[in-house]
Each structure stands twice: as C-alpha cells, then as structure tokens.
Ligand binder design. Structure first.
Ligand code: IVH
Length: 686
C-alpha cells in the first residue's frame, strides 16, 4: 500500500480515490471497535490510517465529505442552533409502576384490538439519556436533531457526528436495502465511567460538576462548539425509526436486526417475549443487573412487536398506545429534616416543604422534599429533626416516605401548620373534605407571582427569557403585577434592570411579541385555571371555537364534553364569572393579545358530535371513537339534541330509537367507514 500523502506528488484524482478508500476503511474499523467491540487492527495501524486521511484532507480541503471520520473530532463552532421539524412526532411514553399495571396495559390492548391470543412484546432497557433523531439520505448521515417538544427540535448534526457509535454512512456492504430517506431514533448517553472521568477533569479545572450522566450528556450535546462534544465519550443506542414502512421489517424484533445490519449499535439486553410472564421475568432481571451496567437505565420499555398491530393501536397526542415504560422503583436515601417551609402556589394552595440535610441520591443532591399537605404530615407523623427515608423518581420533586422512628432522640419538634398565609398574612382556609389548605386572598402576591410564572412557562405561553427568576425580578421591581402587564412591558424598562442589557431586553420583548398571537388551547392552559391543564384545555378548544363561547357556556354544556367532569366545570364557571377575571381578559386583549383558530391539520368532522351504539364488526368502539376524534369530531356517551351523528352497529340499544325520535342522522357501519375514509374489512383504508 502506497502512502500517497507522504510522496508529496499526489494528483487530485489519486487523492480522491485514496480518500475514499481511507474513509471506508476507517469507518469500518470504527464500527468494529465501537459498535461490535471487536477490533481487527491495532491502535497503531488505525492511527496511521487516520493521520494519512487528515494529511490528504488538509491538502485537498474540498475533498472532505460529510461521511469523513475526520469530522468526528468536531467541525467549526456554530452561532446558534437551527430548528428542525420532525416529519413524524417524537412521542413520549406512558408509565406503569407494577406488574399489575402492566397486566392492565396488556388487557387494554387486547380489548382495543378485540384479540384473545397472547401478544408478543419486545422489552428494552429504558436508557436514561437523550432522545435524538438521525436522518440518513441515500445512506449518508445528513441531519441530526434533539427531540425538543416532540415536533420541533434543534439541529445538532455537527455534535452528533462526533459520537463514534453513530454511523456517518450506513454500512454499504450489509446487503440490506437502504431507503432513500431514513429517520432513525435512539438515545445518546454517557457511560458511568465516562461521566466519572468527565467530572474528575472538571473538578481539576475548577469547573462546576455535572449532577448525573444524563445532565452531562445533555450539556455535551448542546455545545455550540462540536469540538467540545467530541471530547466527551458519548454513546448511542438505536430504538426506533420514524416511519417503519420504508424498512423491509414487519416487527420491532426484525427492525433491530435490520438496524444492526446497517451499522447501528443495538442494546444486547433487548428481548422478544412470547408471553407476559416472560416480560415480567425480563424486568426482574434488568432490575437485578441495573447497577452492574455501565450506563444508567430507569426502567424497561415494553412494545407490541408487530408493526401491523402497532398501526391499529395508533398514538394519542402524547404517546403510542402500543408501548409503555415500566419504571424502576424510585431511588431512596435517608437524611434529616432541618426545617419546614410553607410555599404558596398559583391557586393559593399551601405546600409544606421539608428542608433537608443535603444528601446524594444516585448522583443528585437533594435538599428539599415535598410533604404534600397537613394530613400527610400527620399520617406519617413527621417532626423537625427526624431522620427520614426520602425518594426521588426521575425528574419529579423528591418526597419524604417515612420517619425512621428508631432514630428519635426526643429533641424532635412537631411541625406546626400556619393559620395565616406566610406571604400576605391572610387567614388560611381548608374546606371540609379537602386535603389542601389555601390562601383565599385573590390579591395575595405569592399567588399572583406564581400565576405569572406559570403563564410564561413552557406549560403556558412559553415566553423565552421570562423564567421564574426573571419574573420574580420584574414582580419585585413592580413592572409586572398582573398578566396584562407582561404585554405592556417596554424595552427601556427591562434594559434598566439590574443585570439586564439591551440584548436580553430585546430578546424578551421579541418573545412577548411572538406570544401575542396564540391559540385558544394554549391560552386556556396558560391561565392556570384550577383543574384545567393542557389536556383539558385541548378538549375545551375542540368544543368551543372562541373564548367568548366558552365564557358563556353553562355548567351543563361543559359537562357534555367527554373528559370534563363536575370539578372542571365548576372551576371554569367560577373562574369566568369572576368580574376581576373578565376585567383582566379585557385588558389582555386591549394590550394586543389575539387568539387564532387552532391549526390541527385536517379536521373534516369539526363541529360534529358522534354517539355510538351496538358493536362494530371492523373495529372496536375505542378505535372508532379515536378515529372520529382525530378527524375533529367530538364523542359523547349520552343522547341529546346536540348529537349530530349516531353510528349504529350490531344489536343497537335504545339510543337508536331515541335518535330516530329526535330526528338525528343515523349511520350504518358501512356509511360510517365511508365517511371516515376507511373501507370495510379493516384494511385501514389505505
Ligand atoms: S421508544 C414512540 N425505547 O424514553 C416510542 N424510548 O419516555 C417512544 N427511551 O423520549 C420512544 N429508552 O428518550 C423508546 N428503548 C427505548 C427507550 C426510550 C429510553 C426514552 C426516550 C423517550 C422517552 C419516552
């Protein structure tokens, strides 16, 4: 083999040819080393090949291709991250916490599919890292992104190129068909050893330490300078593709074989299970070996193996119906309660918070834990000075499980629940039958501040730059006291604030300008009305096209909506009948807020209300309901004049007779399938 780089007189054509050889050789050896953990050349030989590649590329910089392993050391730094829209959303997963809950999940699937046979599940370790999407075009890695909000993420292609276990080109000699475009999803993570080493270096350099491998991996990927990312030992395990139909696979099990063939690293602990008992065994095994693994896992993901069944089950807005995360029990530790603070929430709820002797739970320092409410403190018989067992589950706030009574010395003091609001001094109220004590002063500054924080948060209008800390500042400075004030903020007021500059002021003003136009569901969620979260806000926005319509709706109209119960209806009526709410809303609109119609894709059945009776041959009741909901219609369970369509299957009940009396349109199953674009026979109408 001639080392052209060293001969000095290499022409362009020769260089191009040699570079191609070098790329494919180095990529192959990378794959042997990092993915298969089975190298076939020595480190010295590998280094020689790599150096030759670098030499040649330096002489012919225009011959550097996107699959060149030299890019693994990191390209030039970026100014900012571009955004990337995922062609298929990157969904979340629903959780279960016990074998019984898993059995309920399995039962629900059987019911939904109307199937009696055992369902085959693939069970995979749930990696505690970061979900990313990798796009391959004609086998070449061209675009990598974070999950973001599931629909839009950030372009981190250059950073992901530095991850050795991510193929820059799908293995050309795999013999597998390579689709023109392939979206691959998986988890980027840091090994425990890599994490420990990284923190050791940071400690040496006096830099702040990462709390856990997951944060370290996230911090490493969100580096504008890919060379920094390259210095972090990140790994990647694949677990899904965006669109299974572009692959030759019919199941999750086949998909893993296929992806391994293309050069991806597949977690060796993944199993295909013929029975639910096997799934449970797999869970016990993972739980047992969890701490021996070189990476963190926080549970096991259980997926229906067959893609055909996955397709029939479909997704909710948030998560697939065909998969579930079976979480490991939370992580526990013991520590001491030093004191108790009482926090005032957005709705005036008083939450007791234990101030703890700081303690590390799986690498995260815990210093505060929620005590929930007065009854919980009594039930657990907690005292200040107690040694307690605490637990942390994923990202949620840690909680106190119980006192270790044996450790009491007699010097412990009881926890006294306050009688007046710790912030405004107003009398606290605890309505009979409720566990929550509240400050009922509508002008309580703490409540106002929390509402403002919530309004600007990701669950609300997502006002970038107006996080908790900054909102507190604005509140204390008297610039923002109520929601409309946000939209009246002026650039010069912000720029004058301590620690703010022109740039941060500009950013906030821009974020506010963007948020001026919003949708009904988003706005409702942002208001932070009691019991009205994102999901309920979505239901309301489906039923009512304008805020005015919703404000004028009475309790009964609200109760007709599936998913809206007594509590929600009462809370809404309460909220909107309050004159101060009306005044606040008027001011918001006067300050330029506009609510635009929802853009939820094709909603041909918008405005129609469906009711089902009798059983359908081609699909289950739940499938049918979900189908019409997806098309924009509403589903109700009782007959009323509001119903626009009654679908009558076999052996219909009394609803059919009533519908006829009321003159409501009645559809047969065939007519229903035609209307919804599905052909009879259950072939999904495609
Ligand atoms: S499947 C539509 N498989 O869990 C399927 N996710 O809570 C959705 N995760 O964002 C993902 N290991 O970051 C899947 N083997 C695995 C996983 C896994 C970890 C993460 C992933 C996702 C989150 C959902």
């Amino acid at each position: 083999m001639i080392n052209y780089a060293r001969t000095g007189t290499v022409d362009r054509n020769e260089a191009e040819k040699r570079l191609q050889e070098l790329r494919s050789q180095i990529n192959y050896h990378n794959y042997r080393y990092y993915v298969l953990d089975d190298p076939v050349i020595s480190d010295g030989e590998y280094d020689r090949l790599f150096r030759e590649l670098l030499d040649l590329e330096q002489r012919f910089p225009d011959l550097v291709t996107p699959d060149s392993p030299s890019l693994r050391v990191g390209g030039p730094p970026l100014d900012q991250f571009a955004t990337v829209r995922h062609a298929q959303p990157m969904l979340s997963l629903d959780n279960v916490f016990s074998a019984a809950e898993l059995a309920a999940f399995d039962e629900k699937i059987h019911r939904y599919l109307q199937m009696d046979d055992e369902i085959i599940y693939v069970a995979e370790p749930k990696m505690d890292g970061l979900a990313v999407e990798l796009i391959y075009e004609d086998g070449l890695f061209v675009l990598g992104s974070t999950r973001g909000d599931g629909h839009v993420g950030e372009d981190i292609t250059a950073q992901l190129r530095t991850v050795q276990t991510i193929p820059l080109r799908l293995r050309p000699d795999s013999g597998q068909p390579v689709p023109a475009s392939l979206s691959v999803r998986g988890e980027v993570f840091l090994t425990r050893a890599g994490f420990a080493e990284l923190n050791r270096q940071r400690e040496e350099q006096g830099e702040p330490l990462f709390a856990n491998p997951r944060n370290a991996a996230a911090g490493s990927l969100r580096q504008l300078d890919p060379r920094v990312t390259a210095g972090r030992p990140l790994s990647f395990f694949v677990y899904a593709v965006g669109d299974t139909s572009v692959t030759p696979c019919a199941s999750q099990g086949e998909l893993f074989d296929y992806l391994a063939g293309l050069g991806f690293r597949v977690n060796p602990l993944i199993r295909r299970n013929a029975t639910l008992a096997d799934v449970r065994e797999q869970y016990d095994r993972l739980l047992e070996i969890r701490h021996d693994l070189d990476y963190e896992i926080d549970g096991m993901v259980v997926k229906v193996d067959s893609f055909a069944l996955q397709q029939r089950l479909g997704n909710t807005a948030r998560a697939p119906r065909w998969a579930v995360a079976w979480k490991f029990p939370a992580m526990q530790a013991t520590t001491v309660i030093r004191d108790v603070e009482f926090q005032v929430g957005r709705t005036g709820a008083i939450t007791p918070v234990a101030i703890l002797e700081p303690v590390a739970v799986e690498g995260v320092i815990v210093q505060r834990a929620s005590l929930h409410n007065e009854d919980e403190i009594r039930r657990k018989d907690l005292r200040i000075g107690d040694t307690v067992l605490i637990q942390r589950a994923g990202d949620v706030i840690p909680e106190v499980i119980k006192p270790i009574v044996e450790k009491r010395t007699g010097s412990e003091r009881p926890i006294r629940f306050p009688e007046t609001c710790p912030v405004c001094g107003h009398r606290l109220v605890r309505p009979g039958g409720e566990a929550i004590t509240r400050c009922v002063n509508p002008h309580c500054p703490a409540q106002r501040l929390q509402s403002l924080v919530y309004f600007a948060s990701k669950s609300g209008l997502d006002l970038e730059g107006l996080g908790k800390k900054n909102m507190e500042k604005l509140f204390e400075a008297g610039l923002v006291r109520d929601l409309p004030d946000i939209f009246r903020l002026r650039r010069e007021d912000l720029a004058r604030l301590d620690g703010w500059g022109e740039k941060s002021a500009d950013n906030v003003i821009r974020a506010i300008a963007r948020a001026r136009k919003t949708t009904l569901s988003r706005f409702l969620a942002a208001l932070g009305i009691r019991y009205v979260g994102e999901v309920t806000a979505g239901l309301l926005a489906r039923r009512f096209t304008t805020l005015e319509e919703l404000m004028n709706a009475d309790r009964d109209e609200l109760l007709e909506i599936e998913g809206v119960g007594e509590q929600v209806a009462a809370s809404l009526v309460d909220y909107f009948s309050d004159p101060s709410t009306r005044k606040m809303l008027e001011e918001l609109f006067a300050a330029g807020l506009t609510i635009e119609p929802e853009t939820a894709g094709e909603r041909p059945l918008e405005g129609r209300v469906f009711l089902f009776t009798g059983s359908l041959k081609s699909m289950s009741r739940s499938e049918a309901k979900e189908l019409v909901r997806e098309l924009g219609a509403q589903v109700v369970s009782g007959i009323s004049r509001r119903v626009t369509d009654l679908v009558a299957g076999e052996r219909p009940g009394s609803k059919l007779k009533k519908a006829r009396e009321l003159g409501i349109k009645v559809l047969t199953e065939e007519e229903f399938l035609e209307l919804t674009g599905r052909k009879a026979g259950g072939d999904d109408g495609t």
